[in-house]
Design a protein around this ligand. Structure first.
Ligand code: GLN
Length: 266
């Protein structure tokens, strides 16, 4: 039987912004295809073996203080195991606070710089407690080349993602490929028009929402990629009826005044 293990990073510390919906969405969409799925929390008590057995990684947003606690735990052998998984192509979705930890460092609003895993080539800096947070709906076109191509093949059109961002930190990319180009909202820093990043099969984004129920094709890409990596054979998933989710997206595009721009990308 086909089986998947979803590794959920620090569920009690990093679920401030509703990103547990991503784990639920992956679990349910896998179940609907008859895939046996378990969600394994990867937290302070977890071992290296736990990290090694997961097929998909999910990490959510957190406040600065919780990010510090996580980073103190995510050192040494645990950090190395996570690094190996991502380098080996384990797919994952990392939202907001989670990707800040995968970059070189995060400078919180107050206090010391938090060193990250340095796996993705970017830095994140909070300009301080008085600076405006980047809050609101965000719409962006996926531009990361391999992912954009895969999603376009699935959808028959350019993939546009809608999410909700709420971050004080600003991310500045180095050589890592951006995930997308902002159509509406702030994205990585509100300055350079980039949103998120994409490395191996890891999706790093500022989009909560949660992201996957709002953009179910991304969930299917993660499941498909995880199965292909695990069973070493290309997999095509049985389609599901996503009419309601797609209608909700269209309604939001219209409400944000980007309906025509998004339609023009088809
Ligand atoms: N604490 C981080 C910031 O404000 C992350 C916030 C989040 O995960 N939504 O940038």
């Amino acid at each position: 039987m086909t089986e998947l293990t979803i590794g959920w990073l620090y569920p009690t510390l990093m679920s401030t912004y509703g990103d547990r919906g991503n784990a639920i969405c992956l679990q349910q969409r896998a179940k609907w295809r008859g895939i046996k799925v378990q969600v394994l929390p990867l937290d302070l008590q977890s071992t290296i073996d736990d990290i090694h057995q997961v097929d998909i990684l999910v990490g959510g947003g957190a406040q600065d203080r919780q990010q510090e606690i996580v980073m103190r735990d995510l050192k040494g052998a645990k950090a190395e195991a996570l690094r190996q998984k991502i380098e080996a192509g384990t797919p994952g979705v990392f939202t907001c606070g989670a990707p800040q930890l995968l970059g070189h460092y995060y400078e919180p609003a107050l206090g010391q710089r938090i060193e990250g895993l340095g796996l993705l080539d970017f830095v994140s800096k909070h300009p301080g407690p008085d600076a405006r947070r980047c809050i609101g709906n965000v719409v962006f076109e996926v531009t990361a080349s391999r992912l954009a191509k895969d999603l376009q093949a699935m959808l028959g059109k350019v993939a546009v993602i809608i999410g909700f961002e709420n971050h004080g930190g600003r991310t500045y990319l180095g050589k890592v490929e951006p995930l997308g180009k902002v159509i509406s909202g702030y994205g990585n820093n509100g300055e350079d028009g980039t949103e998120g990043s994409f490395y191996r099969n890891a999706i790093a984004t500022y989009s909560h929402g949660p992201l996957l129920p709002k953009n179910p094709f991304v969930a299917d890409w993660l499941i498909q990629t995880a199965l292909a990596e695990k069973y070493q054979t290309p997999i095509s998933l049985q389609p599901l009826d996503d009419t309601l989710a797609m209608q909700a997206r269209e309604a939001m595009f219209k409400r944000l005044g980007v309906g025509e721009v998004v339609a023009g990308k088809r």
